[in-house]
Design a binder for this molecule. Structure first.
Ligand code: ANZ
Ligand code: ZN
Ligand code: ZN
Length: 768
């Protein structure tokens, strides 16, 4: 015992301990998993970071640590990331590292393109696209934020007509939506599924034809066919193909001028539609098929060519935008729904509740041959062409004799050619076209001189399938090994930023469906569970280089140690919401570790004898194990840490150094502070790694007496029950009620107007 006692008098010295355990783990290959025959495959994935020379910032560290904590429950420019992630003791299997810019990787991104092309899911079309004059490339709609470039913030996005490659994600709209509603397939944060649902934007309605004398009818899409008797004019998108035919001679100049102006605007700000309405009369008329009235046809930029049919029937009495337009241009307004929601001035449908009458009105229009019921989506096909240098060249060759020819698989990868100047220019043509030696190739089919496609693919295509590559990263003859993919897929737990709620997460889901349908993988949803992590701010404001308040992890780790840094990150706020990084905040977690260290010392030197631990401390112990176990599963790291701190306080208050309790405390700290925990564990005696030890359990019988069950009602209806401590305060009970997942389902998106607590029995939440 003498030796232990001398050792245990040292203060906690993180630097030496962290170096020691990182070396040991590396030696023992502790982070390497058995890829082929794992006992319990658990694919824990963190969204990979966007390469940056400065390495990872504290936000990345926050996210990676949170993911690492979760993973521990179950036992190039990248050089810097690797070093940093090693330094925080992250349990990442480095053998499976990948970089999407490596030809070993992008060969398979090109292969993926070919699979889509062969399945008829990749096509090229001329279309209006978003163009960033700063990036000098096309942007997806998802990359345009309120009319501005996502990357350039204050650069206004323009519209251009270009020939581009698209993936047919719209074919999958219905499936992409359906799975969102199936918690058995996708256990995702509701904020994320809601964002996807809105992005896909399903609308039920009808397409209705409005006859035009001497021309084809104008077809509109409407979600409100019940208002058709109130359609007093029509509006076409300025790009609508019938504009020229409908325009009368005297309106010719005005129409031309308007169409030109609209072409210069970006698609996204037109979609937002909050600006003042503008428009122009074509001089032409159409017939409302319900009333038989002749109604004027206008053009306006609030109608988009890309949605529905590019034309609308305007019902100013019941549609805000149409009303604003009608008022500005003095057009008729005819109300067809009364205050009670019943139809009026609507012929055979008068008196019926408007919304209920929709199916009958659609049938009535169908019988007249004037329309059909349809479903529309907001989702557009995914434009994957980019006119920049960096990126996998799209593996297509154009031959005068054979047309569009896919590059044969055995010729992959199509390597990026060396270029002296690889900056994109304003031409809309990729810089790759400048290297003639690369640009001209023999046609794979006839051997004649042909040209390569010069666009590269969107980086979102790289990231849409990387999760398939990690488990198979060492193979060069296949993108992902079928057995490995069966063992590891789909990803068990995925953590990432909610800024990817639509782009990355939707594209990955779409590609998994295509690969599934082509027989390459046997699941169609790539991420069984997804949780969005929050964002970290510094002293209350957003971290940015210009503000100079970006937290560089390395300095803090050097001062405080990686374990304290990890603990602080996970403690500073709910993982899914983020928190405020304050320099003064880090000393608390460090003091806690110092105290745990002292407690471990006491257990070694003078443990409390069996039977001498008060009942209340035993109850606290079991409560803590139960709470921490549940909190970790729910990614509630901050409350788990708070519970561990409380347990330590209880031990200190009662002067208890009971060995089994302290061992459990160390076990529960291990995911947060792996080095610290290993060191304490070793000192406490066991000669195996703490990550091989069993997670602590609790005795439910010990806990029931101290608990009571409280019924939760929402608007007077019983919806759930929560177990709370018998002596819990009203505040704590309210908090438990509002955090209960079942309750949340009933109050989500609503304001809680009143909270009623009947002591010891129930909570009633009044929402509205
Ligand atoms: C008549 C009407 C009456 C409409 C009414 C709405 C309310 P969501 O729900 O987003 O699918 N619309 C159709 N195509 C359009 C386009 N290309 N550009 C702009 N607006 C378009 O919206 C469908 C409604 O948006 C359609 O139903 C149509 O206006 C308009 F009281 O038709 B509605
Ligand atoms: Zn840009
Ligand atoms: Zn050819």
């Amino acid at each position: 015992m003498t030796q232990t006692q001398t050792v245990s008098q040292e203060p906690y010295a993180p630097e030496a301990i962290e170096a020691k355990w990182q070396a040991r783990w590396a030696e023992a290959h502790a982070n390497e998993t058995d890829l082929d025959t794992p006992a319990r495959p658990f694919y824990n994935l963190m969204m990979f970071p966007y390469p940056s020379a400065e390495g990872l910032h504290v936000g990345n560290m926050f996210a990676f640590t949170g993911s690492d904590v979760f993973g521990r429950l179950i036992p190039r420019n990248i050089e810097n990331f690797r070093r940093q992630l090693r330094r925080i003791g992250g349990m990442f299997d480095w053998r499976q590292e990948l970089a999407t810019t490596d030809p070993r990787y992008y060969k398979w991104t090109q292969w993926l393109f070919l699979q889509l092309y062969q399945a008829g899911k990749a096509y090229k079309k001329m279309g209006m696209v978003n163009w960033c004059p700063e990036c000098k490339t096309v942007l997806a709609n998802e990359q345009v934020i309120a009319g501005f470039c996502e990357r350039h913030g204050d650069t206004k996005v323009e519209q251009r007509r270009l020939d581009q490659w698209y993936f047919k994600i719209t074919d999958y709209a219905e499936r992409l939506l359906a799975n969102l509603d199936d918690p058995g397939v996708m256990d995702w944060s509701t904020t994320t599924t809601t964002a996807q649902r809105n992005w896909i934007g399903r609308s039920e309605g009808a397409e209705v034809d409005f006859p035009v004398e001497g021309h084809d009818p104008i077809r509109v899409f409407t979600t409100r066919p019940d208002t058709i008797f109130g359609a007093t004019f029509m509006v076409l998108a300025p790009e609508h193909p019938m504009v020229v035919a409908l325009t009368s001679d005297d309106q010719h100049d005005a129409v031309d001028h308007y169409v030109e102006r609209a072409a210069a605007e970006d698609l996204v700000s037109r979609r937002v539609g909050e600006r003042e309405k503008t428009g122009v009369f074509t001089g032409g008329y159409a017939v409302n098929p319900a009333t038989g009235n002749s109604i004027p046809v206008w053009l306006a930029d609030y109608v988009l060519m890309e949605y529905g049919t590019g034309a609308i029937m305007a019902v100013p009495a019941h549609d805000e935008r149409d009303l604003e337009f009608a008022r500005k241009y003095g057009l008729d307004v005819v109300p067809v729904i009364d205050e009670d929601g019943r139809l009026q001035a609507s012929g055979p449908f008068d008196g019926r509740p408007a919304l209920e009458a929709i199916p009958d009105i659609i049938r009535w229009l169908e019988d007249k041959g004037a329309g059909t019921g349809t479903v529309q989506y907001r989702l557009y096909d995914w434009c994957i062409s980019r006119q920049r240098y960096w990126g996998p060249p799209i593996p297509i060759i154009y031959c005068e004799a054979c047309g569009t020819v896919p590059v044969p698989e055995e010729q992959l990868p199509v390597l990026l050619p060396p270029l002296e100047d690889f900056r994109p220019d304003d031409s809309g043509v990729s810089p790759l076209a400048r290297n003639e030696e690369w640009y001209f190739v023999p046609c794979p089919e006839c051997g004649q001189r042909a040209r390569r496609e010069t666009d590269v693919s969107d980086t979102f295509l790289d990231s849409a399938w990387y999760y398939l590559r990690y488990p198979s990263a060492e193979f060069d003859d296949r993108p992902f090994d079928p057995d490995r993919t069966r063992t590891w897929g789909p990803v068990t737990n995925y953590i990432g930023g909610n800024e990817h709620a639509v782009l990355h997460l939707l594209y990955s889901r779409f590609l998994a469906m295509v690969l599934h349908d082509q027989g390459f993988i046997d699941f169609e949803e790539p991420f069984a569970k997804f949780r969005a992590h929050g964002l970290i701010v510094k002293d209350g404001s957003k971290m940015s280089k210009s503000r100079g308040n970006v937290v560089i992890p390395d300095e803090y780790i050097a001062t405080w140690g990686a374990d304290t840094f990890r603990l602080y990150l996970m403690f500073l706020g709910p993982f899914q919401e983020g928190g405020d990084f304050r320099d003064e905040g880090i000393s608390g977690p460090r003091r806690f570790l110092d105290r745990v260290w002292t407690m471990v010392t006491s257990v070694i030197a003078a443990p409390t004898e069996a039977g001498a631990t008060p009942q209340s401390v035993l109850v606290k112990w079991h409560q803590t194990v139960r709470q921490v176990t549940h909190d970790l599963e729910g990614l509630k790291y901050n409350t788990a840490i708070a519970a561990l701190m409380e347990l330590l306080n209880t031990l200190r208050e009662h002067h208890v150094a009971h060995r089994p309790i302290v061992e459990d405390l160390i076990l529960m700290l291990a995911p947060f502070c792996p080095h610290f925990a290993e060191e304490c564990w070793e000192r406490l005696g066991p000669d195996t790694s703490i990550f091989e030890a069993n997670w602590p359990g609790w005795d439910e019988r010990l806990l029931v007496e101290d608990e009571m069950e409280v019924v939760i009602q929402v608007n007077g209806k019983t919806r759930s029950r929560v177990a709370v401590a018998r002596d819990a305060t009203e505040e704590a009970i309210m908090e438990a009620a509002l955090a209960d997942p079942t309750t949340l389902r009933f109050i989500e998106g609503k304001a809680v107007r009143k909270r009623i607590y009947v002591p010891g029995r129930l909570v009633n939440l009044v929402v509205g």
